[in-house]
Design a protein around this ligand. Sequence first.
Ligand SMILES: [Mg+2]
Length: 220
Amino acid sequence: MKIFRLPEQCGAILFDMDSTLYTHPQYAQSQIDLPIERLARMRGVSFDSMNKEIICWRKNWAAGHQGQQISLANTFAAFGVSISQSATWREELYQPEQYLSKDKLLRAALEELAGRHVLALVTNNPVSIAKRTLAVLGVDDLFHALVGLDTCGYSKPHEEPFMRAAMLCGAAAESCVSVGDRYDIDIALPLQLGMGGILVDGVEDVYRLPELFCDRSNSI
Ligand SMILES: [Mg+2]
């Protein structure tokens, strides 16, 4: 875990979902492979060839942008797949129930945080997948707002999903903290917007957030 900034008074915590609220490399990889497989079929090429092309394109994009990562949805947009088409594919392809299950430690941590802050989810998945994922993890009742690829129309990193989540939580940007597993997607832009940012290595770090926020409020 790396803490980039915490506001003096934290109003809302904006959580990324995938590889933040759960750690499951196989499920995370399926979320990359399945849309690439769909795109390969659409273009009449093999998965391996499409995968290589996508990897190469993302590598070139990073090289032209100081090593930053680009999201898969924004990559697909460059291949002619609109953001709304990407959201529809994800709804059709992703199966969180096949990989995830209730997480009591996550629930305990989020319950504690929800008692002191407003919690929102900001994800590059469609809201229906977010709802199913939160339900299978057993934490769907703890989030005040869900901002997804389909309801927002922009893929992170873009200021719209973060600012929309802040607005839905009734919190100023400066009092929000973004928590996620990818610096370029979840943290860099929120920091530019004046938010706090915490980079996590997976859900195990989220379990530790209540003590971090508690230490913070004790020290004020
Ligand atoms: Mg993530």
